[in-house]
Design a protein around this ligand. Structure first.
Ligand code: 1GP
Length: 250
């Protein structure tokens, strides 16, 4: 299996660059809105599309990926809520293990069910430690996964969790305050995790302003993920893309 996407994340970190991922949740997006977002993202520098969500209530994942592929060359990476959210039309998948939680179903159970399908799919599988962090309100992820998030003010717990994940062989870490979080992951936590592991670090949840994006990038996020913020205010896409680009020029 090729490791193009994983290598691209590794290069971003190795070269001290930053990347911007736009999260498209097929469940909450109309075709018109998706098309508008895709047009905007061809005018700005978007590095990845993450596609997924904790709960998908319509059969729209494949349809959404087809639309993305017709209108854009940006790689499409699945960000699945469970083993049902798999489509071979994407380029790769964040093969998540919810290592902040203590529910075996999301640590290894769903992954066992998904493994044979993934093997046959041709998708690039990226082993990813997923750390859910308290973002100030209950999230769909914590409800569905029946796990507690890491307390917002406990960077050491996040750092040790990521460290253990890296020792177990996970190749990416994703620190997530959850979709629509009131509070983004703290700069202290991002920086503690950054120091604790050598894997590329993805950070998301509640990023709805350039300032928040900037703080997380300064704290050590290699990739920032924005979903809700852009769905609410589409102009944020270009603004955040510019912020990420400014880091890369400097
Ligand atoms: C959620 O990290 C993602 O899992 C993105 O969150 O929708 O709040 O941007 P937002």
């Amino acid at each position: 299996m090729q490791n193009n996407l994983l290598n691209s994340f590794g290069n971003i970190k190795a070269k001290n660059k930053k990347a911007f991922a736009v999260l498209l949740d097929p469940d909450g997006l109309s075709e018109e809105r998706l098309s508008e977002l895709l047009t905007m993202s061809t005018q700005s520098k978007v590095d990845y599309f993450f596609v997924g969500g904790s709960l998908i209530t319509h059969y729209v994942v494949e349809q959404s990926i087809r639309m993305i592929k017709e209108q854009s060359n940006v790689p499409v990476i699945l960000f699945p809520g469970n083993s049902l959210h798999i489509s071979p039309l994407a380029d790769g998948i964040l093969f998540l293990s919810l290592i902040s939680g203590r529910n075996p179903e999301f640590l290894i159970g769903q992954q066992v069910v998904a493994a044979p399908l993934l093997k046959a799919s041709g998708l690039e599988v990226m082993p990813t430690g997923y750390l859910l962090v308290d973002g100030g309100r209950p999230t769909t992820v914590s409800y569905i996964s029946n796990t507690n998030p890491i307390p917002h003010n406990k960077p050491a717990i996040a750092a040790c969790t990521a460290m253990a994940g890296e020792m177990l062989g996970l190749k990416l870490m994703y620190l997530d305050a959850g979709s629509g979080a009131e509070n983004v992951v703290s700069s202290e936590m991002v920086s503690a995790v950054r120091k604790a592991v050598d894997t590329p670090l993805i950070v998301g949840g509640g990023i709805n302003s350039v300032e928040k994006a900037q703080h997380l990038l300064e704290a050590g996020a290699d990739v920032i993920v924005v979903g809700n913020g852009i769905e609410k205010d589409i102009s944020l896409l270009a603004e955040i893309a510019k912020t990420v680009e400014a880091f890369n020029i400097n």
